[in-house]
Design a protein around this ligand. Structure first.
Ligand code: GDP
Ligand code: CA
Length: 316
């Protein structure tokens, strides 16, 4: 069986653990958002790819949910002592080695997809880890400057990590997306897939960013597989993160129904064949097979059951 999962960072990573457990013999391709990527202190950082790689490679810090277990922060403190900006981004010592290797390979001319495969050699995530694109696409957020009131675009990481998603987002802009293409292997994986799953990742700045890559949405729709989405919104709120800040900016209600309708029915110009919402939620999404199942990734068994439900919906 061949499974393609479209994923962001933490939500995508945890869901992928469930898919790997639910289908241990399957060939799983994870197409991961790279819109959160940034260059800091001269290093190329890919937060969502690293969240997936560390989580599936059993190197993630389970409490923070991101970065390395057993992390130390000596270099970050030393950089701060120099007043070297940005001081607000958490770069751990162990994590830095990943960024050093990545940056060195990118500087030598390797595309991000090859760099990602090389890094994954160490972590053995058990899935094919593919960035959405080899071209740089960076999400910027349009906000009002609190001092001048002037509208400006700041990097997603600055909005989320530095400002804790407090400035009202007016829009999300994918800088560089016009010349981006799906990374090698993405279109092929979708064409050969038996199941396509949209992880319960952020619909705007994770899944939405991946779908924004020219040709990617078309490749999803061309897949012979059913497309099954899982709601990241449970009981009218995101389980964690800032989707409740993002969805209103694109005019989507913060509910399982709102997100389901936003993705829309494949039969009516949208994406979904099936939409999974949490057991206590309801959603009316015309043309879509909506199923209510437990959607909380509280432990490995629950996460595996959730993936099983998604694979079941993909077979129907
Ligand atoms: P990020 O890139 O680290 O923000 O991670 P993702 O975009 O992959 O996932 C973030 C989304 O995952 C958030 O909108 C959360 O609501 C969702 N999420 C996190 N944990 C769970 C869970 O246990 N169940 C569901 N249904 N969604 C979850
Ligand atoms: Ca992310």
């Amino acid at each position: 069986m061949r499974i393609v999962v479209v994923a962001g960072g933490i939500g995508g990573a945890r869901f992928l653990l469930g898919v790997r457990a639910a289908a241990p013999d399957a060939a799983i391709t994870a197409v991961v958002n790279t819109g959160d990527d940034a260059t800091m202190h001269g290093l190329r950082i890919c937060p969502d790819l690293d969240s997936v790689m560390y989580t599936l490679g059993d190197g993630i810090d389970p409490v923070r949910g991101w970065g390395r277990r057993g992390e130390s922060w000596v270099v970050k403190d030393e950089l701060a002592a120099y007043g070297a900006e940005p001081t607000w981004f958490g770069l751990g010592d162990r994590d830095l080695a990943t960024h050093l290797v990545r940056t060195r390979m990118l500087d030598a001319g390797y595309p991000l997809s090859e760099v990602t495969a090389a890094l994954a050699q160490r972590w053995q995530p058990g899935v094919e880890l593919v960035p959405m694109s080899d071209q740089r696409v960076e999400t910027h957020v349009l906000v009002d400057d609190p001092g001048t009131g002037r509208r400006q675009a700041i990097h997603f990481q600055e909005w989320w990590v530095r400002h804790r998603a407090e400035p009202e987002p007016h829009a999300f802009v994918q800088v560089g997306v016009d010349v981006a293409r799906p990374a090698p292997g993405v279109v092929e994986a979708l064409a050969a897939a038996d199941a396509v799953l949209l992880a319960p990742s952020n619909p705007v700045v994770s899944i939405g960013t991946v779908l924004g890559v020219p040709g990617l949405r078309e490749a999803l729709l061309a897949s012979p597989a059913r497309i099954v989405g899982l709601s990241p919104i449970v009981g009218g709120a995101p389980v964690r993160g800032m989707a409740d800040r993002c969805l209103p900016a694109i005019g989507v209600e913060v509910s399982a129904e709102g997100v389901g309708r936003h993705y829309g029915a494949r039969s009516a110009g949208g994406l979904l064949d099936a939409w999974l919402v949490h057991e206590d939620d309801t959603a009316d999404v015309p043309g879509v097979d909506v199923r209510a199942v437990p959607l909380l990734m509280t432990d490995p068994a629950a996460t595996q059951a959730m993936a099983q439900a998604a694979l079941h919906a993909a077979r129907a």
